[in-house]
Write a protein that binds this ligand. Structure first.
Ligand code: MG
Ligand code: MG
Length: 631
């Protein structure tokens, strides 16, 4: 498969864009005329620069308001086309996109348009140029790919073909199955874009909210399956208009784009086994069986503090690494590692971020296959020298430069605790608080990074994304969504901060980057847990009494039950099906890290979104006066 991306999709000047696009692994670019116009060299130089980056010009665009014009505009449109052909010749581009006419002057009529294209095709043929016709979703007369195809069919010229754009088809809710009857060799080019499902003006939606396939809600997979069924084997190109991307890092947006195409075609290949597609074969999306460990990087003083907190949470210090300053704390299925080494990755993570979660270990069926899939999707592999007697555990880079290790049952990896750790006895044994496993890991990042990590998690792992919801912080909104697998053995919540005055934004600023902001442990009996915690000396986050009055008003709870929640500082939520959620929070540690304890009853599957604003208000009270500026 050949991949391309429109220069309009990313930030930078033409030179920066090409460098980022080439580095991400694309084969070609769509040159957007404006990007060329803003370039300070001539067309031949621009073309050379593209080829010097190892790229080809897959398409030149756009050519607007061409078909169906009355005279004298019709003749002028042909003159304009001739000048574009001159430019394309110098650039070294042989395919131009003509989008359907939006001019109020344009006349309707399939045959009239077909005739214009036949003539344009004739002129283009003399110049070795091909014309691709695309129906804009808001075109004046042509806004449906079926009509555009009819025009191309009737134009009946070898240099005139169809361009399909997933956004224009899917935004108008046109069934992509209708593409299957179009001969693949009459389709000259495929543009792909996804978008979040928002009801708004089509033009505005398209120009500002497109995103990479897999990042939005449109059925781009269904669209591409139909395209594949036609036998089309030309380039697959991203044409993404997105305000955020145009202000983002050209490098990381390009990497996301390339990953999105590989992931899209991996899905199409699996769904259309009878179509012979030129697509790389990679392992299936990885099933995650659980979180095996979470590792903190810390120094000696902070490791004492962190250990003391874990103690109040009912953890026992059960192991010490055979050769490193690495301690294992355990409670039932939960393994927490504290790494105070003075060298290696954990140490450099500590130097940059302070005490933080530097590493997450996931249980998978096959660790090698996991890394192989991640590698093929452009993830950075992680490797550091291992000491004598240590296992080489496959790993990749995750959010904020952290590391994800993979543990499986096919090798010695599952025995890592026995092999690398010696048992220690904890003299200050805490009372087991009934924390059974990690329910979710909450990662905080700048809002602009959220789509990157949504695509990262959903493309590598067999997971899905929930819809986005807004968490109200007194200083602004935090956008939140969860990545989950079907078994719910992996739940990661992504929280995107838009400014640094929110608790999430403050956390990112103070810890120098995206990171895990809270860990939620599961209990099967929140009330028994609170008793054990209290005996261990744990002090929960103090919640405003107003919260409990509101809770009563919302759910009409039994007085005794409400009192119990209030006394223990437990937050409560209930869904329409009667599922219940209990949440208990620790205060903030350091720059805003905290622990959460949750109990789910009756199939409750959410994260207590309605409670988040009360939790944040309580945490902000707790942080002052040193912490978050008062607003
Ligand atoms: Mg397009
Ligand atoms: Mg949570």
């Amino acid at each position: 498969m050949k991949t391309a991306i429109a220069t309009v999709s990313i930030a930078g000047d033409l030179r920066e864009k090409l460098a980022a696009i080439a580095t991400a692994g694309f084969d070609g670019v769509e040159i957007f005329e404006n990007d060329f116009l803003a370039f300070d060299g001539g067309p031949a130089e621009a073309g050379r620069m593209v080829r010097d980056h190892g790229l080809e010009i897959s398409l030149f665009q756009p050519f607007r308001d061409f078909e169906g014009m009355p005279e004298p505009q019709r003749s002028r449109a042909f003159d304009r086309a001739e000048r574009k052909f001159d430019l394309m010749h110098e650039l070294g581009a042989d395919l131009v996109l003509v989008c359907s006419n939006v001019s109020p002057l344009a006349l309707g009529g399939i045959d009239r348009a077909a005739e214009d294209f036949r003539e344009l095709g004739e002129r283009a043929a003399g110049r070795g140029i091909r014309i691709g016709y695309e129906a804009l979703a808001w075109g004046r007369h042509i806004n449906d790919h079926r009509d555009a195809w009819e025009i191309v069919r009737r134009a009946d010229h070898p240099n005139v073909g169809l361009i399909l754009d997933s956004f224009h088809t899917l935004a108008r809710k046109i069934d992509p199955q209708t593409i299957r009857s179009i001969p693949g060799d009459r389709i000259f080019f495929i543009q792909l874009a996804d978008a979040p499902q928002i009801e708004m003006d089509l033009l505005y939606w398209s120009r500002h909210f497109r995103n990479m396939p897999g990042e939005g809600d449109l059925d781009v997979v269904g669209f591409m399956r139909s395209v594949a069924a036609t036998g089309y084997d030309g380039p697959l190109s991203l044409e993404i208009f997105n305000d955020q991307f145009r202000g983002g890092s050209p490098k990381s947006i390009s990497i996301d784009g390339h990953r999105s195409l590989l992931y899209l075609m991996d899905q199409v290949r699996r769904l259309e086994p009878n179509i012979n597609l030129d697509v790389p074969t990679m392992p299936d999306r990885i099933r995650v069986n659980g979180v095996e460990f979470v590792e903190f990087a810390a120094d000696e003083t902070e490791t004492e503090e962190l250990g003391a907190i874990l103690h109040t949470l009912g953890f026992q210090r059960t192991g010490q690494h055979v050769s490193k300053d690495v301690a294992l704390w355990r409670q039932n299925e939960i393994n927490i590692i504290i790494n105070t080494e003075r060298e290696g990755f954990a140490h450099s993570s500590y130097v940059v971020h302070g005490t933080n979660v530097c590493d997450i270990g996931l249980r998978v069926d096959n660790a090698e296959a996991t890394v192989e899939r991640a590698r093929m999707l452009g993830a950075d592999l992680f490797d550091q020298p291992v000491g004598p007697g240590e296992l080489k555990i496959p790993a990749i880079r995750g959010v904020g430069g952290s590391v994800m290790h993979f543990i499986d049952g096919t090798s010695d990896l599952s025995r890592v605790w026995d092999i690398e750790f010696s048992a220690t006895t904890d003299n200050t044994a805490a009372i087991d608080a009934g924390l059974t496993r990690i329910d979710h890991i909450a990662q905080t990042m700048n809002y602009e990074e959220m789509l990157t990590w949504v695509l990262f998690y959903t493309s590598i792992f067999n997971t899905g994304k929930t819809s986005m919801f807004d968490v109200v912080d007194p200083a602004g909104l935090v956008r939140s969504r969860a990545i989950e697998n079907e078994e719910r053995s992996l739940r990661v919540t992504l929280n995107g901060a838009e400014n640094r005055r929110t608790l999430a934004g403050y956390f990112i600023a103070e810890s120098f980057g995206s990171a895990v902001q809270h860990l939620a442990f599961e209990t099967n009996d929140i009330f028994a847990t609170t008793e054990a915690l209290s005996a261990n000396g744990f002090r929960p986050l103090v919640i405003s009494p107003n919260y409990y009055d509101d809770l009563d008003a919302r759910f009409g709870l039994e007085q005794a039950f409400l009192d119990r929640l209030r006394q223990s500082g437990i937050l409560y939520d209930r869904n329409d099906e009667g599922g219940e959620y209990f949440q208990l929070y620790s205060p903030n540690y350091g720059e805003g890290f905290f622990f959460e304890i949750v109990e789910r009853r009756g199939g409750y599957d959410g994260y207590g979104a309605a409670n988040a604003q009360f939790r944040i208000a309580a945490q902000k009270r707790h942080l002052r006066p040193k912490g978050v500026p008062k607003i």
